[in-house]
Ligand binder design. Sequence first.
Ligand code: SF4
Length: 55
Amino acid sequence: MDKNANQSIGCTVYSCENHCQSKNYCSLDKISVGTHETNPTEVKCTDCESFKLKD
Ligand code: SF4
């Protein structure tokens, strides 16, 4: 089922429960971004901490 697309948060992670599915957007009003590194230096060092695996 498609969810509301928040056009301020682009995302291509379709396996996430919070993805709007029909377009490349998140459906949440707000997300939290963080890092798993001590000193993040690249895009891959960052994480969407609002990710939730779709059932
Ligand atoms: S919660 Fe994060 S990973 Fe999930 S759809 Fe939203 S932006 Fe993408």
